[in-house]
Design a protein around this ligand. Structure first.
Ligand SMILES: [Zn+2]
Length: 157
């Protein structure tokens, strides 16, 4: 099946540099903890939830690379050790399928131009609907309650 979109998780090289340096791009130390919250620790490196005892770290991440007034900085969980990243960018992350997510739509200038909450079961339909608006360049999936950034969705080239 060919999808009309590409899922973009955090770049493995970007995360490896942060692990090596021992701090994120905003000066916060990378502190490794053993996950204690099964189902409550969504990993933004490989787009699944951490299991009990998995070594994870919380870093600050700025998902909008363009900057401008919609630029936001927020916390994201990552694997504390090397992670290969998300390997199936043409498929919606099954590790988050059970979650309801907020999809924020941005135009090419990084301005927010739409929002929609979607159940994981129908996420692809909501993504297609948002991309049916020609001004939408990319989407950010966010945690509905905490508001935290989960992953990006781009149009398939
Ligand atoms: Zn990972």
């Amino acid at each position: 099946m060919t999808t009309s979109f590409r899922i973009r998780a955090l770049d493995p090289a970007y995360l490896e540099a942060i692990r090596t340096k021992g701090s994120d791009d905003f000066g916060n130390a990378v502190t490794t903890v053993a996950n204690e919250d099964a189902g409550g620790t969504p990993l933004r490196c490989c787009l699944r939830e951490a299991g009990l005892g998995e070594k994870v770290a919380l870093i600050a991440h700025q998902p909008a690379q363009i900057g401008g007034p919609y630029m936001e900085l927020g916390p994201v969980w990552i694997h504390a050790d090397h992670c290969e990243g998300y390997r199936t960018p043409d498929a919606y992350p099954e590790g988050f399928r059970h979650r309801q997510l907020l999809f924020r739509a941005y135009d090419a200038q990084g301005r927010q131009v739409g929002n929609q909450i979607a159940e994981g079961a129908v996420a692809e339909a909501v993504i297609d609907e948002l991309f049916s608006m020609p001004e939408v360049a990319s989407l950010h999936a966010r945690n509905v309650l905490a508001g935290c950034y989960m992953f990006s969705v781009e149009r398939a080239s």
